[in-house]
Write a protein that binds this ligand. Structure first.
Ligand SMILES: [Zn+2]
Length: 163
């Protein structure tokens, strides 16, 4: 992955979700050995996040899985790439966490204070959990609030359990 990310920024994508900075330096050494050249910070962070995806899947830690995908999406967006399908993965595993817990019937969409008008329309809507998983109403393709890029929307809408 081509990258213009600084090393500190790349490390922050990891430490923000409780992955220690040490994982970054270890992955950097590994990639350096493998490719015989210094890997870009974005590549190193991506590799650590990928490892974390495998680990969380294995442990069936869906909440963490959702966070790791979210961090990947932020990283992609920051690097000017389309993050939509990765954001969907994040949403999907966030919902799977509720499914696995077995206590949640419905989920409600929560938008952020600074969400775009399109996402605001979804604010407060309630879906049966299974339907939310099938349709994934958020993230929305119609989202218009950019994060790092001018052309793609990236609101922080999420699902909360209705209790
Ligand atoms: Zn939006």
């Amino acid at each position: 992955m081509a990258s213009n990310l600084s090393e500190n920024t790349a490390i922050r994508f990891l430490t923000n979700i409780q992955i220690p900075a040490k994982a970054y330096s270890e992955a950097k050494s590994e990639l350096q050995l493998k490719f015989k050249k210094e890997p870009s910070p974005g590549d190193v962070a991506w590799s650590v996040l990928n490892d974390s995806i495998l680990e969380c899947s294995h442990e069936k830690n869906y909440q963490k899985l959702s966070s790791v995908y979210y961090s990947m999406a932020l990283l992609l967006d920051k690097e000017g790439k389309d993050a939509f399908t990765i954001r969907q993965q994040s949403a999907k595993w966030g919902l799977h966490r509720y499914l696995a817990a077995g206590l949640v019937q419905d989920v409600q969409i929560l938008s952020a204070r600074d969400s775009c008008p399109q996402c605001k329309k979804l604010e407060g809507k309630v879906f049966p959990l299974e339907e939310a998983l099938q349709k994934l109403p958020v993230p929305s393709r119609a989202c218009s609030r950019p994060l790092h890029q001018k052309t793609r929307g990236f609101c922080r809408c999420t699902y909360v359990a209705v209790v």
